[in-house]
Design a protein around this ligand. Structure first.
Ligand code: G3H
Ligand code: 13P
Ligand code: ZN
Length: 286
């Protein structure tokens, strides 16, 4: 059952747990996410990036997510979301396709520009009944944190600035940077818990943690207590999927049945996702 992302996040915030926002790229990862949600009875957000819209066809992947949620999991609350929309154009395209939740990611822009564009995006999105996630501070990507000394300060969300960003833009959810990074790469040795507490005190909206693929249970619980309501996971799904393919070919050189090969990869991704749902506390919350 499709429900609004905002509803899923607010319910998690009220009840002190978090949900996963899982990135899909194709039929198999979509089915893995939806089946994991069914098997753990977990509300879930399923999302795609701009690159995935190019790869899979925007309408095609949107309707795949929608049909899977509506026909195969009518009892599970599922929100569909555009992840890391980096331009007004891509967000407008997504809305036309039927997305009712988007992220505008202006985190790499100057503060004033991020504020200004996020405000405009919120205006036209809210008018169309679409929720908006913004990002302040910036969550680094592959390669950016490979050096020995990372200047984490330059990535971090400033709590006072976050309060004014939330108030001035009217966003529905905020992605924060507290030492988290995308991919299985170097993160800050310890997340900045105090900073998260401050952000949470000053911003009364759901807080999103990107780059959560390699966050183990202990750290996950610590940030949920301090206000995180949603963890974004992409890399862990890719790794589980690709690991299964690699094993399959090691053991079955002669097999050409795509349904068997991709089916095993889908199931391996599903097991990884189920584990995350249990860690995040969304399992059983349908
Ligand atoms: O944060 C988002 C992703 O992990 C990067 O995904 O390769 O689809 O842009 P992408
Ligand atoms: P990971 O690379 O840790 O899976 O993060 C994914 C993400 O933040 C998607 O927005
Ligand atoms: Zn992200």
């Amino acid at each position: 059952m499709i429900v609004s992302v905002k509803e899923i996040l607010l319910k998690a915030k009220e009840n002190n747990y978090a949900v996963g926002a899982f990135n899909t790229v194709n039929l198999e990862t979509t089915r893995a996410i939806v089946d994991a949600a069914k098997e753990t009875q977990s509300p879930v957000i399923i999302q795609v990036t701009e690159k995935t819209m190019e790869y899979s066809g925007g309408r095609l992947i949107f309707n795949l997510m929608k049909n899977d949620a509506e026909f195969y999991a009518p009892e599970i609350p599922i929100g569909i979301h555009l992840d890391h929309g980096k331009s007004v154009e891509i967000i407008q395209r997504a809305i036309k396709m039927g997305f009712s939740s988007v992220m505008y990611d202006g985190s790499r822009k100057k503060y004033e520009d991020n504020l200004d564009i996020t405000k405009k995006v919120v205006d036209f999105c809210h008018e169309a009944g679409v929720d908006v996630q913004g990002e302040l501070g910036s969550v680094p990507y592959l390669g950016e944190t490979q050096g020995y000394e990372v200047d984490w300060e330059k990535y971090m969300t400033n709590p006072d600035q976050a309060a004014s960003f939330v108030e001035q833009t009217g966003i529905d959810a905020l992605a924060v940077a507290i030492g988290n990074a995308h991919g299985f790469f170097k993160e800050r040795s310890k997340p900045d818990f105090e900073r998260l507490e401050e952000i949470n005190k000053k911003c009364d909206i759901p807080l999103i943690l990107h780059g959560a693929s390699d966050w183990e249970n202990g750290k996950v619980a610590e940030v949920i207590q301090r206000g995180i309501n949603c963890f974004n996971v992409d890399t862990a799904i890719r790794v589980a999927f690709m690991g299964s393919l690699a094993n399959f070919f090691k053991e079955n050189e002669q097999s050409f049945d795509l349904r068997k090969i991709l089916g095993e990869a889908r199931d391996s991704a599903k097991e990884t996702i189920k584990q995350k749902m249990i860690f995040f506390g969304s399992a059983g919350k349908v």
